[in-house]
Design a protein around this ligand. Structure first.
Ligand code: MG
Length: 260
């Protein structure tokens, strides 16, 4: 069921969005060559506790998960792109890091993801990240009252296909509200003018992600982490966005922090 939020409810969602933005910015700034993924999770957990927020991940146990997630952030490195379970790994020069983070603050959820390189970047990794970021910008620009979900899907795909990437539509965006994953599903490719109408009060997480040379995934032995079938690297960009009569509001926007 798709739930629409009132303008007052969208205002109530802002603290969750701001907190997610602050955490991702802090973690990105602190994550370096030599950082252990477990320490990223511990730092996120500390920030959650201090803020009185509630993790959406730690008890998360969907049908596709082997067991409750048990951590508060997804850390997907190099050939891992989604649902990366933090583990005892020390980041190396040139690693591609994707952090995906969702919490509930005052009963409202926000969900966002960012990819970046630690140490010396490879050009192909920067291009991959840049493409997911531009696809997200295009998705947000398409999140207009009067449009449809397919307009967002198409906008994402146009950016990515123009760069020669192939698109997996198994995992995409989703409604966000009192819980992390709600209707509607927002595929990362689709036909304009199709799908659910974009009405004022629709709040969705938009999340283009890509693999460099494949659109196929497999699940790691940990039961969670999704990796590319061919070992190529992945990137992921996500914001929680409210569709309003005044245009899209990026609830997890990091620009107020003076970055991005
Ligand atoms: Mg997310």
């Amino acid at each position: 069921m798709i739930e629409l939020r009132t303008p007052a409810e969208i205002e109530e969602m802002r603290p969750a969005g701001r907190f997610v933005a602050e955490v991702l910015t802090t973690l990105r700034d602190e994550t370096k060559v030599g950082t252990n993924l477990l320490s990223i999770d511990a730092r996120a957990h500390e920030m959650i506790r201090r803020a009185g927020a509630t993790s959406c991940y730690i008890d998360y146990h969907p049908s596709f998960g082997a067991s409750p997630f048990g951590k508060v952030i997804c850390t997907s490195i190099n050939d891992a792109v989604l649902h990366g379970l933090p583990h005892d790994y020390v980041l190396r020069d040139g690693d591609l890091v994707s952090l995906d983070f969702a919490v509930s603050v005052n009963g409202w959820v926000a969900d966002s993801a960012v990819s970046f390189i630690v140490g010396t970047p490879r050009d192909e990794d920067l291009a991959l990240i840049d493409t997911t970021e531009r696809a997200l910008d295009a998705a947000i620009a398409a999140a207009q009252v009067g449009g449809r979900i397919g307009d967002i899907s198409h906008a994402i795909a146009q950016v990515e296909l123009a760069e020669g990437y192939s698109i997996n539509t198994d995992f995409g965006g989703h409604g966000v509200g009192r819980i992390m994953h709600g209707d509607p599903h927002v595929p990362n490719n689709g036909k304009p003018g199709r799908g659910y109408p974009l009405r004022p009060g629709l709040v969705v997480a938009l999340e283009p992600w890509l693999l460099e040379t494949t659109d196929k995934l497999y699940t790691d032995q940990d039961g969670w982490t999704l990796r590319s079938a061919d070992g190529s690297r992945g990137a992921h960009s996500e914001h929680t966005v409210a569709v309003t009569d005044d245009g899209p509001i990026i609830l997890t926007d990091r620009s107020f922090l003076g970055v991005d």
